[in-house]
Design a protein around this ligand. Structure first.
Ligand code: EPU
Length: 418
């Protein structure tokens, strides 16, 4: 029988929930460890299938990977293979980030084209354009990207769009290139800053991460180091929205509030009370019924696309009409049909979803169409007394560490069956 999450909601959550460290920081950092000589230790890594996939792909390349008490140790050796198998890249697009480090350190790499995925076509043209500017010879053949180079050479690169992955791939590659690289219109996400901090701790010279212009002075070699990744702002945001949807008084720990500004601001606009503390946030219900809000996703520091589905679920039970516009991915509305199965009133017009709030959603069998859609459905299910069954859990397992256990601990009636 297919595994399912069964939720019977309609009651407030209570207490404290601790956020894990960020998936989207950990994955590039694990891959960046390839750049360094010796051992890297990445501390407090979340238990996620995407992390397992990354470890498997590193092992496939011949690297020594060990896991202990939630930490991951990687000892780099001369790779036994320079090719990432399709089985991994297909499962996890972040495997494409291997291209930059392998090229920069060993001058060769072969990675299958990741292809489209549920949320959009997700091309890799910006990664390739940047690596070519650094001197790589790139061939696209038989569904693979094959790239070679002598030592990469610093260059000035303008990204047409501030792609997170392209910025990361280029920052890693440029760290071992000869001379200076300037990435303009770079992504500014906190995960980019975390990767830059990790690279700098390895001996790289990266400046300006977190701004649209990143300058990298290439160095000859990098050394393994120890690093604790930043907290997961999207996991935190998901629990904040779950608290709002259940009118709960919930404290969320291991949070950097600065990273959550657009989410905090939208929740306050809806009428949720958010108290910011040193490394935690307390969410409390406001006096009035929650109001629907308009949301437009944008690259950081704009509203994150990775929180769009969860906020849409909340808008479904707010008073009034809210318009959610997705500008980052072209097809990230697959949760709409699932939310509609639960009684939501949503109309999609091009890149916008118009949501007319209803008093209550009803339970229904639904499926997680992607990772964040899965979180949105759990939130919708927690808001209603009816029982909801959520399938396709492999998506949720990619990015939420023990979501069922964490929600049980704050009093949710949620279980995994099958
Ligand atoms: N794009 C291009 N060309 C490129 C690269 C990207 O046109 O060469 C386009 C994409 O098609 C997309 C947009 O640029 O429309 C943004 O893509 P980006 O490269 O910024 O995204 P990513 O690096 O593939 C990361 C996260 C995603 C998150 C996005 C946007 C990781 C492992 N993944 O993806 O996380 O949605 O940035 O913030 O860091 C998730 O965690 O659920 C997730 C999908």
């Amino acid at each position: 029988m297919e595994e399912k999450i069964v939720v019977t909601g309609g009651k407030p959550l209570q207490g404290k929930i601790k956020v894990s460290n960020a998936k989207n920081a950990v994955l590039p950092i694990l891959i960046a460890s390839l750049l360094g000589d010796g051992e890297s230790k990445i501390l407090d890594v979340p238990h996620l299938t995407d992390v397992d996939t990354t470890c498997s792909v590193l092992q496939h390349l011949g690297q020594e990977v060990a896991r202990q008490n939630g930490h991951i140790m990687i000892r780099t050796v001369e790779p036994t293979s320079f090719e990432a198998p399709y089985q991994y890249v297909r499962r996890m697009r972040a495997s494409f980030l291997l291209l930059g480090p392998l090229l920069a350190r060993y001058g060769r790499a072969k990675i299958p084209l990741p292809g489209g995925c549920a949320i959009g076509s997700r091309p890799i043209n910006l990664h390739l354009k940047g690596l070519e500017a650094l001197g790589a010879k790139v061939n696209l053949e038989h569904g693979h990207v094959e790239a070679n180079c002598r030592r990469l050479k610093g260059a000035q690169i303008y990204l047409d769009f501030p792609s997170v992955g392209a910025t990361e791939n280029l920052m890693m590659a440029a760290s071992l290139a000869k001379g200076q690289t300037i990435i303009e219109n770079a992504a500014e996400e906190p995960e980019i800053v975390d990767l830059a901090n990790y690279l700098n701790a390895m001996g790289a010279r990266v400046k300006g991460a977190g701004t649209p212009i990143i300058k990298i002075e290439g160095v000859k070699e990098l050394l393994g180091t120890t690093h604790t990744p930043i907290p997961d702002r999207i996991e935190a945001g998901s629990y904040m929205v779950a608290a709002a949807a259940t009118k709960s008084d919930l404290t969320i720990e291991n949070v950097i509030a600065e990273h959550l500004k657009p989410v905090i601001s939208k929740l306050k606009e809806m009428g949720v009370q958010v108290d910011e503390h040193e490394s935690s946030l307390r969410i409390r219900p406001g006096e009035e019924e929650l109001k629907a809000v308009d949301i437009k996703t944008l690259p950081y520091p704009g509203f994150p696309t990775d929180m769009q589905a969860q906020m849409m679920a909340l808008n479904c039970i707010c008073k009034g009409t809210g318009v959610v516009t997705e500008t980052v991915f072209e097809n990230r509305f697959m949760h709409v049909d699932e939310l509609k199965r639960m009684g939501a009133k949503i109309k999609v017009e091009s890149r916008s979803a118009i949501i007319e709030g209803v008093k209550n959603l009803s339970g229904a069998p639904v499926k997680a169409t992607d990772l964040r859609a899965g979180a949105a459905l759990i939130i919708a299910a927690l808001s209603t007394e009816a029982s909801t069954e959520i399938g396709a859990l492999e998506h949720i397992d990619r990015g939420y560490d023990n979501i069922v256990g964490k929600l049980q601990e704050v009093g949710a009636s949620i279980e995994r069956i099958g």
